[in-house]
Design a protein around this ligand. Structure first.
Ligand SMILES: Nc1ncnc2c1ncn2[C@@H]1O[C@H](COP(=O)(O)OP(=O)(O)O)[C@@H](O)[C@H]1O
Ligand SMILES: [Mg+2]
Length: 410
């Protein structure tokens, strides 16, 4: 029986990783903080073989304590779910002599300022990017770098579109930089976040994500996923469709850009979630990479669409077994997130009429809760999942049912 040490399971992909471990007949030990473990849902705890408690906000101490635990327990592989702990995963794997990513470049997988630098060094097609410490520096720094409006403003460290905004003119810049600095600490562990702010050239075009399992520097790509976001100032994700309806040449180009990005970040054994825009003028432009499985239930969406279990393939890679990534079967799956039409008290969701292709629905917010507007992914109150034989059909089914779906707010 193989033993896997998973650094923090309280993430969207956590239950998928734990199910995948069971399918591989492996035991999972979860490293977390005792107080955070208290908040684990019972269904998540039931999937875990054992726990080891440490302070994940103190990387040196966590590394020493987890290495000692791993040696005493006979751990065969180290894995992670949460982006902010991917550097710790890389360092621990290296210390134990187990397969993993390059620890020297691992910080660039969680920090967008360092990621931009790694992309420049690796000649990855990526937006022109500068980094500032404060709102007062932003306009001058953009001028010196020759970056014109619109610009994208984002926290150096965050996720889920929190603090990300598209700014059309210099007058909105200072407020956007301050907005990006609104999260000095990340819950639930209380990790301090880099308060620098990234300013980026705006890239036009449709957006996609590509998940890649990497084993011994070999790339196993999942089907490409079409990403749907809001337009305007805030870019919250509204849904995903797998596979994206793109031609072979575009898929090849996105894969090539992704592989350059993974090389630049030292991702050599594990999994990566890469977000790419397909610019009409410049082709694929890499927006960001996480050295982790995707969130947003994409593990489920990809599996329903293609039959491929990327969580299982990821665990195989860190166990140093060849990942099982078959040719995708014919099929498509879409997830759409439900958001309130306005701020208020959430009352419930109704989906009247026929439910063609609707295979799953889930509310994450209880009726009676106070909800805000859709600025980032925290506005979601639940989601719907659809399947159909083709991406065109699943997008049409989702659009039709979503148009009828009522999210009631009073
Ligand atoms: N340079 C850019 N040009 C155009 N859109 C962008 C750019 N950077 C980010 N976005 C949009 O904002 C979203 C969130 O930004 P992202 O860098 O992915 O941050 P997060 O880590 O919060 O997901 C992206 O999915 C994309 O839609
Ligand atoms: Mg993103």
């Amino acid at each position: 029986m193989k033993r896997i040490l998973l650094i923090e399971a309280l993430a969207n992909s956590g239950p998928y990783v734990l199910d995948a471990a069971r399918s591989l007949d492996a035991h999972v030990f979860v490293a977390t903080h005792e107080d955070v473990y208290e908040s684990y849902p019972a269904a998540l705890r039931d999937k875990i073989h054992g726990t080891v408690f440490t302070d994940l906000t103190d990387p040196d101490r966590a590394l020493a304590e987890l290495a000692a635990f791993a040696r005493a327990t006979g751990i065969d592989a180290v894995a992670g779910c949460w982006e902010f702990f991917t550097p710790l995963v890389a360092h621990l794997a290296q210390r134990l002599g187990l397969p993993g990513n390059d620890p020297l470049r691992a910080q660039a997988c969680r920090n967008k300022a360092e990621m931009a630098q790694a992309f420049r060094a690796g000649q990855v097609p990526a937006p022109a990017t500068i980094v500032v410490d404060s709102a007062g520096q932003a306009e001058g720094a953009l001028g010196r770098a020759g970056i014109g409006f619109p610009v994208v403003v984002k926290p150096a460290e965050q996720g889920g579109s929190w603090g990300v905004s598209v700014v059309e003119s210099p007058g909105q810049l200072a407020a956007a930089v301050r907005h990006a600095q609104s999260w000095p600490i990340a819950a639930p562990h209380g990790l301090p976040m880099d308060q620098r702010v990234v300013l980026q050239e705006y890239v036009d075009g449709p957006e996609f994500s590509l998940d890649t399992v990497v084993w011994r520097d070999e790339y196993f790509h999942m089907p490409l996923v079409e990403k749907h976001t809001t337009g305007g100032s805030y870019r919250a994700e509204t849904g995903h469709t797998c596979p994206a309806a793109l031609g072979h040449a575009d898929v090849r180009a996105v894969r090539a850009a992704t592989e350059r990005a993974l090389q630049a970040l030292g991702i050599r054994n594990g999994v990566a979630h890469t977000e790419v825009k397909l610019s009409p003028g410049a082709g694929p432009v890499v927006i960001e990479v996480g050295a982790r499985l995707p969130g947003d239930h994409l593990v489920d969406v990809v599996r329903r669409a293609s039959g491929i279990d990327e969580a299982r393939a990821y665990l195989q890679a860190v166990l140093d077994e060849k990942p099982d990534v078959p040719e995708p079967r014919q099929g498509a799956c879409a997830i759409r997130f439900l958001t309130p039409p306005r701020a208020g008290t959430f009352r419930g969701v109704t989906v009247p009429g026929r439910h063609d292709g609707l295979v799953d629905q889930h509310l994450t917010t209880p009726p009676g809760a106070v909800v805000g507007g859709a600025h980032d992914n925290s506005a979601r109150i639940g989601h719907l999942v659809f399947t159909a034989p083709t991406p065109g059909q699943v997008n049409a089914d989702a659009a039709r049912i979503l148009a009828r779906t009522r999210v009631e707010v009073s």
